[in-house]
Ligand binder design. Sequence first.
Ligand code: NDP
Length: 453
Amino acid sequence: MSSFVSEIMAQVKAKNPSEPEFHQAVQEVVESLQLVIERHPEYRKAKIVERIIEPERILMFRVPWMDDRGEVHVNRGFRIEMNSAIGPYKGGLRFHPSVNLGILKFLAFEQVFKNSLTTLPMGGGKGGADFEPKGKSDTEVMHFCQSFMSELFRHIGPDTDVPAGDIGVGGREIGYLFGMYRKLRNEFTGVLTGKGLYWGGSLIRPEATGYGAVYFAAEMLGTRGQSLQGKTCLVSGSGNVAQYTVEKINQLGGKAVTVSDSNGYVYDPEGISAEKLAFVMDLKNVRRGRIKEYSDKFKSATYTPIDPKLDYNPLWNHKADCAFPGATQNEINGKDAQNLLKNGVYVVSEGANMPTTPDGVNVFLDHRILFGPGKAANAGGVATSGLEMSQNSMRLSWTRDEVDARLHQIMKSIHKAAAEAAERFGTPGNYVNGANIAGFIKVADAMMDQGVI
Ligand code: NDP
């Protein structure tokens, strides 16, 4: 490890103890930034890296709520306002029992670089709560969202901080959150993205992250004169990102053969057709059931429950060309990465945030496969949130085709920026370095211009 990386990491670990995901995210970025710092000592002198790893502000608050039986519960809410050098804080809210300060700091940190890559003027933030929406009634989710927003509303605004969805926060939750914000502020503004179509939402926002990850894979394949046509694809997750990843794979002529949830995964060698995907969407978005039901309904599929004794995930051990992790962080470890390569996978496009462990990333980079890291490959979601903000500001709505065309163009630009930065800094084909560097330089230059604040 160079002295620059070890100095920064010592500082991060001392100031943020017991936050392994944050350490992991910072380490990956600063390793890429060594290349930049060597050429740009002015960034080192201005302590840009030391400043960029320190959140501008962290909010942490109590979220009390009452369930349907009248019992009181208390959760913890968070918002990390990481960096606003190039625009208002922007990033999702995650509701999941695993949520803690370290996980949200990692997500907020990644968001800074991702948002910069989108070409739109958005800073980075992330938030959420250790609340489990699974198994709760709609009324309980509403009570929780209202309590959460009754604190958060005083810290956010369309020009300050614009949250969106993430794990456990979909259209239903955004609706309840927006309703409460509107009531408390007595204002109808674009303070959240992922809104419903009739109250300020954008067409294509629900689809954007999944579609974007597939567009990014198509761009990477294009560098080898190939396309997704006829490619077999492994997809993990069965939520927002995974569903629209499968939809776009189908549209571009590929075949998705897996989807999963936190209990297990289904493998359907015949492919998850549009009709089968409609079943998954109804199962997950309306009935809120478990993915196992897919194999009860479609006999071509087999279901494998999660086995915590295994040190690998069997989902990543099927013959395929492409992999689209779309569930959560650290879902592909070194062994999974080896299994993917052994089974013929040579394209990995990360729909989820940091789904591959550092060991796994090294396996992909060492073998020079087409590896699109989340901060580039899944930036389509936040980019389309940015487009929702633009439409809100102009008080008009673009058509589906217009938003999709803009999303597609943004994913091409992100691919180009990452590929060119990787090349410029001497690591051609390394999209990890490329995305980190291209995302960093724009924010770093803005911070240099704006002085020490
Ligand atoms: P959803 O809540 O819609 O879906 C998450 C999916 O992942 C579900 O199938 C869930 O299963 C599964 N999952 C969650 N946690 C785990 C776990 N610990 N182990 C195994 N499976 C798990 O979330 P999204 O689809 O919105 O988000 C998925 C990923 O994409 C996250 O990493 C998120 O940060 C990232 N992302 C999302 C964006 C967006 O626009 N929504 C934008 C950019 C990135 P179960 O139903 O059992 O919980």
